[in-house]
Design a protein around this ligand. Sequence first.
Ligand code: PRP
Length: 213
Amino acid sequence: MNGITIALSKGRIFEETLPLLAAAGIVPSENPESSRKLIIGTNRPDVRVVIVRASDVPTYVQYGAADLGIAGKDVLLEHGGAGLYQPLDLKIAKCRMCVAAPAGFDYAAAVRRGARLRVATKYINTAREHFAAKGVHVDLIKLYGSMELAPLAGLAEAIVDLVSSGGTLKANNLVEVEDIMPISSRLVVNQAALKLKRDLLQPVIDAFAGAVK
Ligand code: PRP
């Protein structure tokens, strides 16, 4: 398609991307929180925004259905990054990936004993790498959301999830037992689109870079 298609997810990433878009002279004409539209126009007739699930942003950009996208490092690590140019850490939507367990569970002692732990997570690849690097034996259980419920319902002993304020862990009597990595959102660009439409895309990338500094 001619022009620029930008893939964004609703919520925190959309809200925190607005100032970056503004720095590039792009103002979406609607907010996905109030409109149910999935294709949103902007003040620029050649720029549109498509609203997709956070975990689908890399896929849209990989296949060129979107030229640019903004995705969390958590999502990019699970996707693998094939076909994506990742020029910028936008330093938005910051949080941390961590291991959490019920407050009464002695995670460190279980690890020392060499116990095989059941861990529920949406982030199977990241979790696998983390526990392998630490030499911790785990059976990973894939979930798609509400990870905090898994230890409470007896599905798993621990979870790997994102923590921002810590409010969700606290409300469910869970505590962070291991930090995995800081997470923020990155700009992803379709590599072929960057070559074919560099005159259109590079100014947007440069404006984002300027706004991040
Ligand atoms: C994320 C994460 C935690 C929560 C952490 O879920 O999975 O559940 O936010 O935030 P807090 O530390 O500020 O409480 P999100 O709301 O993004 O939904 P999800 O379960 O679909 O990932």
